[in-house]
Design a protein around this ligand. Structure first.
Ligand code: F6P
Length: 524
């Protein structure tokens, strides 16, 4: 199947994407609608035959059976022997979901209502600042969602400390009043060194200001014993099970700071949006299934055509942290070279994902996207409406820029067109030289996801869309998208290096580069 796709890729020759629009129905035929969202992948080289072949990959890999296995609590995270049920966290219907014969929904819904009661208490209290301390999935989801939903933010100010660099803590606490600040310690394991170090320093900060820490800490964790050891009473601890992966955890307790910011009703809307996407993913035929088609288009670009990276470009400034969130979601999930059975993955794993909001990126790295030698498939996201009716002219410019970029990527500018641009300013060889610099190769693929407005339910749909995309890619590659062994080695070495940085222990066993770097640090 891969070979068939590779043959089709090789046979493309110099076919131009824009020529595919000779089919007047192409835009409709090569897009997926779900509710009020539209995913347009018509500005790619996909044609009917390529799409059929890609769908064949999904069928052959058993995506539908694996999908059903995931939703019904089977242990699809095989290397860790765990179910994968972040979808249960947004299953507001309460329809039973079984793990090892036990319905997990009563406990999920009970935790949700405890979170709602606490969030409301905090919103009604004198607390002015809530500081989420967490990293990775215990930071990126909440920080991304809190920023995305700023227009709905009517609770206390929210801050996020993640980095072990003391600068993160110091700069954040400088903006907070210890008398009115609450800390939310978010850590699935409650052992992550960055989070534990920051939480301890937050405790010390309260003590320095003679503020008792009773009532000033909340824990979000699967490790109830460690949270208790830190001194947080059980009624302020919100647990979740090992079937919620860190990077999939914003839907449950880890989302508490978002709930405090926008209120329990807004947070339920976010969950509802995620659940809507779940229902679509479970029921829509593969060719009309948004996560499936998003995944397949991505695999066409990366695994078949060999484009090494994927840019995520939200024309929605409040999604500024979405690319960072997706870096963990996609790269921690699918950045693996070993398949489920232990053999080597043949072919590339998931791509490098990166991006910045438009229009800022246009004034930075779009030069390379348009004229660099590497083709970067672009994923644009665009809201039809903004939240600022008084600034509608800004939104018009934003939309125009987004559409212009995908058009420019596809059409490019020929040498003749470039010559016409500079004719009159230059002549002869100089005209030719100047024109060459103004040529855009075009024929560069992009997709666009459009939605009416970035409200909580829409954000829920978008996040769940990307989660399921990662799942589909993982199944087709045959890898386990739910473990993350690749983060362990660095953590172990950092633990061993700590005393060497302090100068307590010698570094004789280290390589020459590490020794030289340590020596420089010691010297300064
Ligand atoms: O180091 C990777 C990781 O384990 C991520 O998967 C996770 O999101 C992050 O660290 C934080 O982990 P925790 O929530 O346990 O502190």
């Amino acid at each position: 199947m891969w070979n068939d796709l590779k043959t089709r890729a090789a046979a493309l020759g110099d076919r131009r994407i824009e020529d595919l629009f000779q089919d007047p129905d192409r835009a409709a035929a090569f897009s997926v609608r779900f509710g009020d969202m539209l995913f347009d992948y018509s500005k790619t080289q996909l044609d009917d035959a390529i799409r059929r072949a890609l769908l064949g990959l999904a069928e052959n890999a058993g995506v539908t059976a694996q999908r059903d296995a995931m939703f019904t609590g089977e242990k699809v995270n095989e290397t860790e022997g765990r179910a994968v049920l972040h979808t249960a966290l947004r299953n507001l219907s309460g329809e039973p979901v079984f793990v090892d014969g036990h319905d997990v929904m009563p406990a999920v819904l009970e935790t949700l209502s405890r979170m709602e009661a606490l969030a409301q208490d905090i919103r009604d209290s004198e607390i002015t600042d809530v500081v989420n301390i967490g990293i990775g999935g215990s930071d990126l989801g909440p920080v991304m969602a809190a920023r995305a939903l700023a227009p709905y933010h009517d609770g206390p100010r929210c801050h996020f400390i993640s980095n072990v660099d003391g600068a993160d803590l110091a700069d954040t606490l400088a903006r907070c009043d210890p008398a009115y600040t609450l800390f939310v310690v978010a850590s699935k394991t409650f052992t992550t060194i960055e989070t534990m170090t920051n939480a301890a320093s937050a405790k010390a900060w309260l003590a320095q200001h003679a503020v008792p820490d009773a009532g000033r800490f909340v824990a979000l964790s699967s490790n109830l014993a460690k949270a208790a050891e830190f001194g947080i009473p059980s009624e302020r601890v919100f647990g979740f099970e090992d079937w919620v992966g860190g990077r999939y955890s914003v839907w449950g307790p880890i989302g508490l700071s978002v709930m405090i910011a926008i209120g329990p009703d807004g947070f339920r809307e976010f969950l509802r949006g995620g659940a809507d996407m779940d229902a679509h993913f479970r029921n829509a035929p593969l060719a009309e299934n948004m996560p499936v088609m998003l995944a397949l288009v991505g695999m066409w670009h990366h695994q078949v055509l060999g484009h090494g990276t994927r840019a995520v470009l939200p024309y929605d400034n409040r999604l500024a942290r979405l690319p960072a969130y997706l870096q963990q979601l996609e790269m921690e999930s699918n950045g693996k070279g070993v398949v489920m059975g232990g053999g080597d993955l043949e072919g590339p794993s998931g791509p490098v994902v990166w991006g910045e909001p438009g229009t800022n990126g246009q004034h930075a790295f779009y030069q390379l996207i348009h004229q660099g030698t590497a083709v970067v498939p672009c994923e644009f996201l665009l809201a039809a409406q903004g939240h600022e009716p008084d600034l509608a002219h800004h939104h018009t410019l934003l939309v125009a820029n987004c559409l212009a970029q995908s058009e420019a990527l596809m059409r490019g500018r020929s040498l003749e067109e470039a010559r016409a641009k500079v004719a009159g300013k230059f002549e002869g060889d100089e005209l030719e030289r100047q024109a060459r610099h103004r040529v855009f190769p075009g024929n560069r693929p992009s997709t666009t996801l459009v939605y009416p407005k970035l409200d909580p339910a829409t954000l829920g749909r978008i996040v769940a869309l990307y989660e399921h995309r990662v799942f589909v890619e993982g199944v087709i590659l045959g890898i386990n998208s739910y473990d993350q062994w690749g983060v362990e080695l660095g953590k172990e070495l950092a633990t061993a290096l700590g005393p060497m940085v302090e100068g307590v222990e010698g570094s004789d066993t280290k390589d020459g580069s590490t020794r030289a770097l340590l020596a420089f640090v010691h010297a300064h």
